[in-house]
Design a protein around this ligand. Structure first.
Ligand SMILES: NC(=O)C1=CN([C@@H]2O[C@H](COP(=O)(O)OP(=O)(O)OC[C@H]3O[C@@H](n4cnc5c(N)ncnc54)[C@H](O)[C@@H]3O)[C@@H](O)[C@H]2O)C=CC1
Ligand SMILES: CC(C)CC(=O)C(=O)O
Ligand SMILES: [Mg+2]
Length: 370
């Protein structure tokens, strides 16, 4: 069996706590012979800043380039609120995404049957929900220049962020969305704001051109981002694949997370281009949520998004679909058996557990099915 190079970057806050549960699942996969890993671990975010004065060290970046895949917990927290902007914890994650050219961020939102009542929406609105947000991850306003705060007249200041998209960036993310849609329900909604933003005008035009040229068999609808947010909470099951830019994708995926019951449920994969000769692609897997300082250190964080991110790594980076299926089935089984962390506890009839208790339940479920 091939041994895969896996870099673990737990990060800060609950990132460390949920990564601890993933390590146990990795140990289980190796124990039963479903996977073999050469594992390295390093710092990112505030923990890296505390150690070396940077949100990611050059050594960690080298390891990231050498890894077959990266698993990242989460970064950030109030401890680093006064750190220089360039060295803030989030800058470490943004550098990883940009330098590794991880332009395609897949954020699936699935409502597990057992959690239909955990959502803030009525069960009938979200039962059976299975949508995928394809978020452009290396362009747009998160990276556009200029990005600054400058002094202007009369003691006033001006803050500038710049939304920049070039057509090749839109084309490649559109292709990812159309390709994936063909393996699902064959429907793409492209989301931008062409009514007020030039980048939205180009986005809509390029997506339409790519569609007409190569994907006319796939359903395509354009929605303005604000309306798309409204539709996500009005009738989320209308969506199959949503393709959108970096900022709108960030916001809409937090909304989609709550449809499934909690931010603690949503995994993600950030993928680079497929290399022509090796067929490999750079990849980083992380939960959609952040470091959750409000619950960090309490042992109550939901590890399912992090464990689901491992399942995505097994599927997308290592072609270990049996191992991925087993983990995803264990997530569904654990929820069906009534185990809940506080964020998805709902009312009555369930066993409320902490982070490691959810890990225990997941391992028991994996053992049961082994
Ligand atoms: N990918 C990353 O590393 C991300 C980092 N952040 C950073 O995290 C810090 C906190 O940001 P917030 O806006 O509070 O977002 P957050 O995602 O950390 O938390 C938002 C809310 O969701 C809850 N939550 C999140 N994950 C959970 C889990 N697994 N189980 C149970 N509850 C969970 C939190 O307790 C909190 O109430 C900031 O520094 C932010 O920049 C935010 C989002 C993504
Ligand atoms: C750099 C991250 C903190 C941005 C974010 O919220 C995300 O990617 O989900
Ligand atoms: Mg976010």
């Amino acid at each position: 069996m091939a041994t895969h190079k896996l870099l673990l970057l737990p990060g800060d806050g609950i990132g460390v706590e949920v990564m601890a549960e993933v390590k146990r699942v990795i140990g289980w996969l190796e124990k039963v012979g479903l996977a073999s890993f050469a594992i390295e671990e390093d710092l990112v975010g505030g923990s890296a800043y505390d150690s070396c004065g940077q949100p990611i060290s050059e050594g960690a970046m080298k390891r990231a380039f050498e890894a077959d895949a990266i698993l990242l917990g989460a970064v950030g927290g109030p401890k680093w609120a006064d750190v220089a902007y360039e060295a803030r914890p989030e800058a470490g994650l943004l550098r990883l995404r940009k330098d590794l050219e991880l332009f395609a961020n897949l954020r699936p939102a699935i409502c597990y049957p057992a959690l239909a009542s955990a959502s803030s929406l009525k069960p009938e609105i979200i039962e059976g929900l299975d949508l995928l947000i394809v978020r452009e991850l290396t362009g747009g306003v998160y990276f556009g220049k200029p990005k600054e705060i400058v002094d202007i007249a009369d003691g006033q200041k001006r803050a500038i962020d710049t939304q920049v998209y070039e057509s090749y960036e839109i084309e490649r993310i559109a292709r990812v969305a159309f390709e994936i849609a063909r393996t699902r329900r064959n429907k793409v909604v492209s989301c931008e704001k062409h009514n007020v933003m030039k980048s939205g005008v180009l986005w809509k035009q390029v997506v339409s051109e790519v569609h007409a040229a190569d994907y006319a068999d796939v359903g395509l609808e354009h929605q303005l981002a604000d309306s798309c947010g409204m539709q996500l909470v009005r009738a989320p099951k209308q969506f199959d694949v949503i393709v959108t830019d970096n900022l709108f994708g960030d916001i809409l995926s937090d909304v989609a997370a709550m449809l499934t019951g909690s931010l603690g449920m949503l995994p993600s994969a950030s993928l680079g281009a497929v290399e022509e000769i090796s067929g490999k692609r750079r990849a980083l897997y992380e939960p959609v949520h952040g470091a959750a300082p409000d619950i960090a250190g309490k042992g109550v964080a939901n590890p399912i998004a992090m464990i689901g991110s491992l399942a995505m790594a097994l599927r997308y980076s290592f072609n270990l679909s049996e191992a991925a299926d087993r983990i995803e089935a264990a997530i569904a089984g654990t929820l069906a058996a009534g185990f809940r962390t506080g964020d998805i506890a709902g009312t009555g009839g369930s066993t409320v557990v902490g982070t490691s208790g959810m890990g225990d339940a997941m391992l028991a479920e994996l053992d049961k099915a082994a």
